[in-house]
Design a protein around this ligand. Structure first.
Ligand SMILES: *Cc1c(COP(=O)(O)O)cnc(C)c1O
Length: 395
């Protein structure tokens, strides 16, 4: 059996996305800035995609800026809000410790440039408390940036309430909605969002394309200078096939969102129940306020990396919070932010199921995770010490 359970890392492109893209490459390949008809046809496709994307989140087409993905959108959103703040002497930014690195590393850079950053506690359940945002706001706060749903533990923030607090204080509110887009209902008006980032490859669109929503009247700072594309806010010839593919994928995801969410939530909870039977294991993040497809556990006495490799041998693609593969021995900053200690954070497993995951596949995953954890513990020195009472269990 081959089971792809790493949809939080990337998703397979949908048939709708591929079908929408092919004519853009084969026939409608013109440059949208060209005045002759083949260029104008590309321009039409581009603007239709913009209108389609805007409609899904309740925005106006002019408020959508196409980017190379979620990272670029995050960078541009934060830079723009910071620039705007600096002009009026406001240099305080509020965020959380478990944001994506596209946000955290941009914040680090802004700190070097003189901004002050307050990180809100995300607590053991992986959720920000609105009253703590309220308390952290200052006269000189220019931006609040809190992700819609976390990419590792899947927790979904009270975005509407956080946005309302920002709105009441006249502070710009950005949300990295990369994990939520296409999976959860998002309405930038009702949710009080000023800036929002999204990425196509997390909702069955192509890689290397995404968008930034910027509420009308919020001026953007360019990251890329050059031509006047995207109304002068991002230079470079538009990636029309990718943008069209993104719009097709998003329209489809939005149309099937509720049915998919219901089915996936059932499977998610089945996985959580099954894997939760393993002794000395703990679910990471709130059990209910999480993405329909996200399951994330810590297991005591094992390394997440070894678990991944064993699961891969059995045809299951999953992910671990520990970052050993990326050349660092640091455990996931997300798991540390919710209070997991280093040893426990190293033994983590993220399963992010897709719209097409079946009950049979979920049961296969449960069975194999159980066997793999037991096997790894059978020769783990850490586990031996725990069992002999030399060290004590945390989970
Ligand atoms: C994947 C991801 C990003 C980065 O998006 P790219 O399109 O890969 O640059 C940013 N934020 C979150 C929460 C993500 O999951």
């Amino acid at each position: 059996m081959m089971i792809y359970a790493d949809n939080a890392a990337t998703t397979k492109m949908s048939r709708a996305a591929i079908d929408a893209m092919l004519p853009c490459m084969e026939r409608d390949f013109g440059n949208p800035s060209s005045l002759y008809s083949i260029g104008q046809r590309a321009k039409e496709l581009l603007e239709q995609a913009r209108a389609d994307v805007a409609a899904v989140i309740g925005a106006a087409p002019r408020e959508i800026l196409f980017t190379s993905g979620g990272s670029e959108a995050d960078n541009q959103a934060l830079r723009s809000a910071a620039e705007l703040g600096r002009r009026s002497g406001k240099t305080h930014i509020i965020s959380t410790a478990f944001e994506h690195h596209a946000v955290l590393h941009t914040l680090k850079r802004l700190e070097k440039e003189g901004f002050e950053v307050t990180l809100l506690d995300v607590h053991e359940d992986g959720l920000v408390r609105p009253e703590e945002l309220q308390a952290a706001l200052r006269e000189d706060t220019c931006l609040v940036t809190v992700m819609f749903a976390n990419n590792e533990i899947g927790t979904v923030q009270p975005i509407r309430e956080l946005g309302a607090i920002c709105r009441a204080h006249g502070v710009l509110f950005h949300t990295d909605a990369v994990q939520a887009m296409g999976h959860l209902p998002i309405d930038v008006q009702a949710d009080n969002i000023d800036l929002l980032s999204a990425s196509a490859h997390k909702f069955h669109g192509p890689k290397g394309v995404g968008f930034l929503y910027a509420r009308k009247g919020v001026p953007l700072t360019n990251l890329i200078e050059g031509g006047a594309q995207e109304r002068g806010r991002r230079a470079g010839t538009e990636n029309v096939p990718a943008i069209v593919g993104m719009a097709a994928a998003l329209k489809e995801s939005a149309a099937n969102m509720q049915a998919n969410a219901e089915r996936m939530t059932k499977l998610r909870d089945r996985l959580i129940r099954g894997i939760g039977e393993i002794p000395h294991a703990a679910l990471n993040g709130d059990a209910a306020r999480r993405l329909p497809g996200n399951v994330n556990f810590c297991f005591e006495g094992i390394e997440g990396e070894s678990l991944l490799l064993l699961l891969d041998d059995r045809g299951i693609s999953a992910s671990s919070g520990s970052a050993c593969t990326s050349g660092s021995l640091d455990p996931s900053h997300v798991l540390l932010a919710i209070g997991r200690v280093h040893d426990v954070a190293h033994g983590s497993l993220r399963l992010s199921i897709g719209e097409d995951t079946t009950e049979e596949e979920a049961d296969y995953i449960i069975q194999n995770v159980k066997e793999a954890v037991e096997y790894l513990r059978s020769f783990s020195p850490v586990w031996r010490d725990l069992m002999s009472g030399k060290s004590s269990f945390i989970l």
